[in-house]
Design a protein around this ligand. Sequence first.
Ligand SMILES: [Zn+2]
Ligand SMILES: [Zn+2]
Length: 276
Amino acid sequence: MIPLYNFHSHSHHCDGKESMEEYVKAAIEKKFKAFGFSAHSPLPFPNEWSLTPEGFRQYVQDARHLIEKYSNEIDLYLGLEIDYIPGHSEDFAGFMKDTPLDYNIGSVHLVRSEEDGKIWFIDGPVEGYINGVNEIFKGDFKAAVTAFYKQSIRMIETQQPQIIGHIDKVKMNNKQRWFSTGEKWYADLIDQTLEAAAKNNCIIELNTRGFYTGKIDEYFPSTDILHKCLDLGIPMMVNSDAHHPSQLDKHFAEGHDLLRKIGFKSVKTPFFEIEI
Ligand SMILES: [Zn+2]
Ligand SMILES: [Zn+2]
């Protein structure tokens, strides 16, 4: 059996439910080998989901306390899911240096238009997703999706995230309605993004959250992208992006089964590698 791990989780410090300690207790109860905290990094504008600057300090303090307190029972790590928005977000290196964090996940939830700097929120309700494309990209979904992947590539090349979070999340609200992920222009964007990931030694996560919440009928990333990751030698890991302690190992086994079926022999976290 593969030892349980999860490096993508959100507690009540950001948009998750329950305290960090509840996650730790649940992880110990399920006999996890390792568990990582990865709250949403503070952003320079008010929002509903990320840490505030004060919350960030508290988060770090609480995490360090728990890492110490439970050191005999489980390997705990302090991470951060850092939002990359060119011109808005802080450099990952700055976060890592000032705090110091054990690891980072680089994610794009907010796409900044290069033309006027307006921001498209790809997560959240579908209405906001569509309105953003209409208002910022004049209804051109191809332009909007291209901006998402160009921003992801820029994040990979300039920030070198250790783990790339839900790499094709832009598909979630689309559900093959306004663009098809089978089109050539889309596959080309994926190829460019994966090449950047391979070159910068990033780990790509298989993120099970969209699937177990019922928002989408596959994982992030799609199976065809997983095949490409294997061909490029990109290391993968499975994360549940838990927003509640009960979600710690959601689709952990299924995610690894899929990776094995595709041909992966191991998974890699920032701290250890496991044969699967
Ligand atoms: Zn995320
Ligand atoms: Zn997350």
